[in-house]
Design a protein around this ligand. Structure first.
Ligand code: HEM
Length: 397
């Protein structure tokens, strides 16, 4: 990429409404392949202004590493296609570093990195295993059928992060209930706002307690590091709680569907990387805006224009992944961008991988008779969301 280039040809207009994902279809829409084969990023209009859809693997990586491109939603022209319409208020929470640019972003990221290394996550595996086992015990005790999203895929990531943060067991129900309001699709903006405030108040109190009596948990260690204010610590804890919830849950749900259709992959952890690539559930989360004129894939993007790297399109780029529409855990999928790329690349990726491995491996081992209670075409997905959301997964065993 270089600055100041002229657009060689007029840019095509995106012919379909945004976001593009089709209701009930977990895979990238067919338009992505057309855009990728075209002459470069595709222009579309949102109420927030002009937005460029970027689809090639190389261009997506270039956008996500260019210092002239910002992740700060308060900048003019930042694409607004938020999940609930009410989401931008979260960006005002102190410590919401996914919405910050360097150097401010680096202060948070640096403090948190040691908590999410491969080694650290390896140490967490027994705790994750215990949470997974407890959820399966509860399902077995309740009968021979369940909605796997509600009873397993959603609670596992939230219980893991609350245990990591150091939320006492006695408060887990409170915590889990408020978190559920935040991620439940039927929640109104008002309910969501109330739950956010309740969680932030709770986390503020928890931080005060841990300042007096530190424990062996992430919040206590962040307090000891002394680099973040109490308000920032609450915001960071909220971000960690939300960021890894539905993304991980949907990968677990989709993983179960894939494994039941392809039992030859049961017990093979390579499925995790291919699930991440193939479904790219967080396709539409890495919104950006150009702060200077930049050239991306041969197109001039003007300062103040929005940019949406379509992560699923990059992960189905056939110049990088042969036969991308085939689900093939034997391929080398590690260069996928399902966790983003550059400074904001998912902080929780090692944790997410461990949760997926343990959840899928244990579930299929402990429930060998597991099967879907509805045909796959009838599994409900939420239409038009920026994250792919499986609404329910009825199963029996
Ligand atoms: C399979 C599950 C997950 C997927 C697909 C996913 C995807 C992503 C993506 C695409 C980004 C980049 C956003 C951007 O560039 O604007 C991101 C950032 C982030 N993710 Fe994840 N994520 C997952 C799980 C988790 C988990 C379990 C955590 C919990 C710790 C987490 C915490 C974060 C945080 C804190 C950021 C912001 C990083 C930064 O701005 O420096 N994620 N994630």
């Amino acid at each position: 990429m270089s600055t100041g280039a002229e657009a060689p040809t007029p840019a095509p207009q995106c012919p379909v409404a945004f976001p593009l994902r089709q209701p009930g279809r977990p895979f990238p829409p067919p338009e992505y392949a057309q855009y990728r084969a075209g002459p470069g990023p595709v222009r579309t209009e949102l109420p927030s202004g002009t937005v460029w859809l970027v689809t090639r693997h190389e261009d997506v990586r270039a956008v996500l590493t260019d210092p002239r491109i910002s992740a700060d939603p308060s900048r003019p022209g930042f694409p607004k296609a938020s999940r609930t319409g009410g989401a931008p208020s979260q960006y005002e929470v102190p410590g919401w570093f996914v919405a910050m640019d360097p150097p401010e972003h680096g202060r948070f990221r640096k403090t948190l990195i040691p908590e999410f290394t491969v080694r650290k996550v390896r140490e967490l595996r027994p705790a994750i295993q215990q949470i997974v086992d407890e959820r399966i015990d509860a399902m077995l005790a309740a009968g021979t059928s369940a909605d796997l999203v509600e009873s397993f895929a959603l609670p596992v990531p939230s219980l893991v992060i609350s245990s990591l943060l150091g939320v006492p067991r006695a408060d887990r129900d409170f915590f889990e209930d408020r978190t559920r309001v935040l991620v439940r699709l039927s929640s109104t903006d008002e309910e969501r706002d109330k739950a956010t405030q309740a969680l932030l108040r709770y986390l503020g109190r928890l931080i005060q307690i841990k300042q007096r009596r530190p424990g062996d948990d992430l919040i206590s260690r962040l307090i000891a590091a002394g680099t973040l204010s109490r308000q920032e610590l609450s915001g960071v804890s909220m971000l960690l709680l939300i960021a890894g919830h539905e993304t991980t849950a949907n990968n677990i749900g989709l993983g179960v569907v894939q494994l039941l259709a392809n039992p030859q992959w049961i017990g093979d952890d390579r499925i995790v990387e291919e699930l991440l690539r193939y479904y790219s559930v967080a396709d539409l989360v890495a919104f950006r805006v150009a702060v200077e004129d930049v050239e991306v894939g041969g197109r001039l993007i003007r300062a103040g224009e929005g940019i949406v790297p379509l992560l699923a399109a990059a992960n189905h780029d056939d110049t990088v992944f042969a036969a991308p529409r085939e689900f093939d855990p034997e391929r080398s999928a590690r260069s996928h961008v399902a966790f983003g790329y550059g400074v904001h690349q998912c902080l929780g990726q090692n944790l997410a991988r461990a949760e997926m491995e343990i959840a899928l491996g244990t579930l299929l081992r402990r429930l060998p008779g597991l099967r879907l209670a509805v045909p796959t075409e009838e599994i409900p997905f939420k239409p038009g969301d920026t994250i792919q959301v499986m609404l329910a997964l009825p199963v029996t065993w």
